[in-house]
Design a protein around this ligand. Structure first.
Ligand SMILES: Nc1ncnc2c1ncn2[C@@H]1O[C@H](COP(=O)(O)OP(=O)(O)OP(=O)(O)O)[C@@H](O)[C@H]1O
Ligand SMILES: O=P(O)(O)OC[C@H]1O[C@H](OP(=O)(O)OP(=O)(O)O)[C@H](O)[C@@H]1O
Ligand SMILES: [Mg+2]
Length: 287
C-alpha cells in the first residue's frame, strides 16, 4: 500500500484552530495531537497535519510545502490569489470592512480620499479603493487595528468585523463592507496527482459532514387527509417516507430538510395539522 500522505495546514492557535480540528474529527479523521507539536499524523487517514500561522499559509501552499489548508477566505483574497479555493467550511464567518470614528460625517467612499487608513489587509484595501477611484495613505499594522484612530495614527481603519463589538468599543462605525469571508479549504497549485486522490477522499468526507450540519431529520404525525399538503412543504432527499400510524386515519412522515427551511415552514406545518414534530441531528449525509 502507498505510504503517500496528504499534508494539511491548520492554524496553530487562534480562531480557526478548534473548528478546523473539529471538522476533521467529524469526518472520522483522528489526529494524535501532542499539544506542543507543530506536526502530527492521523492514525486512520493518510494525513499529516502542520500547525502554522494563518497568515503564513498562502506562502506554504504556493511553495508546495503543504498540499492543502484550512484558512480564512479573507487571507486568500489578501495574499493567495494564485491558490485554488475549495469548499467553504461554514465557520469563522466574518466580513472585512472599512470603519471610521462615529463622530465623523460619512456620506460616501469619497470621504476617504487622501485619508490615512490603518489595516493588516493592504492589498484588499488598495484593490477596493482603486476600483472606486479613491486614493488613501495606508498604514500597515498587524494587530489592534481598531485603536489606530483613537491614538491619532489614522483617520479610519480596515479590519475584520463579526459581531461589531470591537468597533463599538473603540467608538468606530462600519461604513463599507469590502468582502465576506469564512473558513475554506485552500489547495496548493503544486499538489501531486497521487495526493490529489487523497484530497478527493478528504473532500468527499468534508462534504458529508457539511451537508449533515445544515440538515435535520424530521418526523411528524399528520392526518391522512392533509398528507399531500404537508408533503408539499417538505421536499425530502428524494421524497419523504410515509408510514401508517396504529391510530386510524393518521400517518407518520419522515424526511430530511435544511434547517433554515424547517423554520420557514414550521407554522404552516402546524396549520396543516402536523403534530408531534421531532427534529433530530444528522451525523453524516452522503448524497
Ligand atoms: N471576530 C471574528 N469572527 C469570526 N471570524 C474571524 C474573526 N476574526 C478573525 N476571523 C477569521 O479567522 C481567521 C483567523 O483569525 P485569527 O485572529 O485567529 O488569526 P490571525 O491573527 O488573522 O492569523 P495568524 O494565525 O497568522 O496569527 C481570520 O483570517 C478570519 O478569517
Ligand atoms: O466584530 P467582533 O466580533 O468584535 O470581531 C472583530 C475582531 O475580531 C478579530 O480580532 P481577534 O479577537 O481575533 O484578535 P486579534 O487581533 O488578536 O487577532 C478582528 O481583528 C477584530 O478585531
Ligand atoms: Mg484576529
Amino acid at each position: 500500500m502507498s505510504q503517500e500522505k496528504l499534508r494539511i495546514a491548520i492554524q496553530k492557535s487562534g480562531r480557526l484552530n478548534e473548528d478546523s480540528l473539529k471538522i476533521l474529527k467529524d469526518a472520522g479523521i483522528s489526529i494524535d495531537n501532542g499539544k506542543e507539536q507543530l506536526k502530527a499524523s492521523s492514525r486512520n487517514f493518510p494525513l499529516e497535519v502542520m500547525y502554522l500561522r494563518n497568515g503564513d499559509i498562502p506562502q506554504y501552499l504556493r511553495d508546495g510545502v503543504v498540499d492543502v489548508a484550512i484558512i480564512g477566505e479573507n487571507v486568500l483574497i489578501e495574499k493567495g490569489k494564485d491558490i485554488v479555493k475549495g469548499e467553504k467550511l461554514g465557520f469563522s464567518k466574518c466580513r472585512v470592512s472599512l470603519a471610521v470614528p462615529k463622530s465623523l460625517a460619512y456620506n460616501s467612499i469619497e470621504d476617504l480620499d487622501g485619508k490615512k487608513i490603518a489595516t493588516s489587509y493592504p492589498n484588499t484595501v488598495n484593490e477596493f479603493l482603486e476600483r472606486k477611484g479613491i486614493s488613501a495613505d495606508l498604514h500597515i499594522i498587524n494587530g489592534s487595528v481598531e485603536i489606530a484612530p483613537n491614538i491619532g495614527l489614522a483617520d479610519g481603519i480596515c479590519d475584520i468585523v463579526s459581531s461589531g463589538s470591537t468597533l463599538f468599543k473603540n467608538g468606530l462605525k462600519e461604513v463599507e463592507v469590502m468582502l465576506k469571508s469564512e473558513a475554506v479549504l485552500a489547495i496548493s497549485p503544486k499538489i501531486s496527482e497521487e495526493r490529489k486522490a487523497i484530497l478527493e477522499k478528504l473532500q468527499f468526507r468534508l462534504k458529508s459532514v457539511l451537508n449533515a450540519r445544515t440538515s435535520k431529520y424530521i418526523l411528524l404525525n399528520a392526518p391522512n387527509e392533509k398528507l399531500y399538503d404537508i408533503i408539499e412543504l417538505l421536499p425530502g432527499m428524494r421524497s419523504p417516507t410515509v408510514l401508517p400510524l396504529a391510530k386510524d386515519g393518521w400517518s407518520s412522515i419522515h424526511t430530511v430538510i435544511n434547517e433554515e427551511r424547517f423554520w420557514e415552514v414550521i407554522d404552516e406545518l402546524k396549520e396543516q395539522g402536523a403534530e408531534g414534530i421531532l427534529v433530530a441531528p444528522i451525523e453524516k449525509m452522503v448524497l
